[in-house]
Write a protein that binds this ligand. Sequence first.
Ligand SMILES: Nc1nc2c(ncn2[C@@H]2O[C@H](COP(=O)(O)OP(=O)(O)OP(=O)(O)O)[C@@H](O)[C@H]2O)c(=O)[nH]1
Ligand SMILES: [Mg+2]
Length: 242
Amino acid sequence: MPDVMIVVPTYNEIDGLERTVGRLRQSVPHAELVIVDDGSPDGTGELAESLSKRDAGTMVVHRTERGYRSAVIEGMRFAMSRGATRVVITDADGSYDADDLPELLGVSADGVDLVIGSRFVEGSDVRNMGLRRRLAARIGNVYARSMLQTGVQDLTSSLRVYRTRILERIDLDAIQVDAYAFQVAMAVRVAQAGGTIAEVPIHFIERATGSSKMRLGDELGTVGAVTKWSLSGVRALPKPPR
Ligand SMILES: Nc1nc2c(ncn2[C@@H]2O[C@H](COP(=O)(O)OP(=O)(O)OP(=O)(O)O)[C@@H](O)[C@H]2O)c(=O)[nH]1
Ligand SMILES: [Mg+2]
């Protein structure tokens, strides 16, 4: 029974996947890893299949559906079905440094329900992020933080460690937003379920290979979703870590 399951959603990540998986497996060898691929036309699914044949700790879920949120949720359910107590979510493009994971897992082992690898807390190191994206992420996070009354600095980071005990208390199917708004929604749900949230500074480098699946619409959609939640009284003030 794996204690930790790493979920890597992929869509057209043929250039970076092997390196990302290799680094994750090296950095946290006790964790199992599952790639959730949505029939990438570039052959990512086939590459994932060959990686899983070479390494018993690497698995693949092939889907016909397309979408970040549903891929992550499917990965979470896969992890829970295998008895994992913690689920790591990360990207395939190498933006997040696998070497930061042991520290995040250490904080999660202390009993924190959601540990976010944060680009915007003291000690983090963010590289290659263009001014437009940096500003959008920063301003978007300041806006979401104040509207939702939370102290979380990086609500949109996709490097996260969830304890499955908190995921079990969340109605994942009720979440209808995707992309960055999905990250915000998950933090809100964790807080509403009575969970604790902590942030750990990370090394982040904007993707060097492949192309982005996120669009300007995802950023604007997040602002819209946050505004709607805030006006309907949603707050994401987490319990302080015990
Ligand atoms: N399975 C699946 N994975 C997806 C989908 N969209 C994005 N992903 C993966 O989710 C991760 C995050 O997507 P990215 O495109 O890196 O998003 P981002 O980090 O906000 O933006 P960039 O790094 O600038 O491209 C990557 O591993 C993608 O391959 C999808 O529809 N299905
Ligand atoms: Mg990325």
